[in-house]
Ligand binder design. Structure first.
Ligand code: TXA
Ligand code: MG
Length: 318
């Protein structure tokens, strides 16, 4: 049985010993290990069943701690790091020698992140090495937003999960980097693109691709639940709702909605932050219920809605 507790010194001792543990962050839970320990890195790939071409994010308490392991980023990247750290954003920067090619899948850049979560911060402040942590889900499945999600899927493979409550943001971090002097968004996530553009002007958003992704989180069918998932045609809502084998996931409640029990709401009040924090736990809950099909409604394409729709589109493979 996996141990779940908020004992930070126990978490630290396990990381020091090269073990892999569940780590809470404000975005999603990570599967954490000492990034300077090759055995720990290999164990992360093994536990997640993750292909080695998919690189790992390094976590630090703050930018100062990361500097030993990376080349100095451009002034513009530093201004973004200063504006949004700690926070739900990951920066692609050039790595130094000390970071192994296993972490970056041989790429010249390494992903770094400073989580805005009290428990994660307490642990990261207390260790000298970078902590590698991909989301703590089997490769290709929905990310975990509470310790139970981690325990359900990976509890038999890891000794310990550091308890940090429900993830407040509930979507993975926004991944940003620079190419030819332009800021690029490689993955839409917990930090709104609008907030980044307010700092540095218009950015380029890389949409998903089916082959040769520059961030494999861009792989087409990533983040998918296992039941058949389709985009909802709102005109068919009432007809679909009459079949109890259909789960229907709507954004907000409307008076005209059917009142059947298979209708679920990301946020009854239509709040995008609430929808984001509910999304993955609802996808998981519906995936384990006795449903055959899942129909999902896209949310408004703004703010966190852009990242939510990205995950919903991936889940529906469209
Ligand atoms: O919110 C998050 O980012 C969570 C928490 C635990 O920090 N982590 C997370 O990690 O979502 P992961 O591994 O599931 O997703 C990270 C994505 C992957 O798609 C990976 O391919 C991409 O970041 N990535 C990592 N390093 C990269 C690099 N050097 N170049 C391009 N993409 C990279
Ligand atoms: Mg992931």
């Amino acid at each position: 049985m996996v141990e779940i507790s908020n004992d930070i010194s126990r978490a630290k001792n396990l990381l020091n010993a090269g073990e892999v543990i569940g780590l809470p962050t404000e975005t999603v839970y990570g599967l954490a290990g000492n990034a300077l320990n090759e055995k720990a890195i290999l164990e992360i790939f093994k536990v997640k069943n993750r292909p080695k071409f998919d690189p790992l994010i390094l976590h630090f308490s703050d930018f100062k701690k990361a500097q030993k392991f990376i080349e100095t980023p451009s002034d513009r990247m530093i201004s973004l790091i200063e504006a949004f750290s700690p926070g739900s954003v990951t920066y692609l920067v050039n790595k130094k020698e000390a970071i192994s090619d296993l972490i970056t899948a041989g790429l010249p850049r390494v992903a770094i992140r400073f989580p805005n979560h009290q428990v994660a911060q307490a642990l990261l402040k207390d260790v000298e090495y970078p902590v590698a942590a991909p989301s703590a889900n089997p490769f290709g499945y929905v990310s975990p937003t509470c310790s139970k999600h981690v325990a359900d899927q990976l509890g038999h493979k890891i000794p310990f999960i550091l308890e940090g409550g429900n993830c407040k943001i509930g979507l993975e971090s926004t991944i940003i980097g620079e190419e030819d002097g332009k800021i690029i968004i490689y993955r839409k996530g917990g930090l709104e693109i609008e907030a980044i553009e307010a700092k540095v002007g218009k950015v380029i958003v890389k949409e998903r691709s089916t082959s040769q992704p520059s961030a494999p989180g861009m792989l087409h069918s990533h983040y998918a639940p296992s039941l058949t998932t389709e985009k909802l045609n709102k005109e068919k809502l009432h007809a679909l709702a009459t079949d109890g084998k259909n789960a229907i996931l709507l954004f907000e409640r409307h008076k005209s909605d059917p009142t059947t029990e298979n209708i679920h709401y990301l946020s009854e009040m239509g709040d995008l932050s609430q929808a984001a924090s509910n999304l993955f736990s609802m996808l998981r809950a519906l995936d384990t219920d006795n449903y055959d099909n899942l129909y999902v409604e896209l949310v408004p394409e703004q703010g966190l809605g852009r990242a939510i729709n990205d995950r919903l589109r991936r889940a529906t493979n469209s």
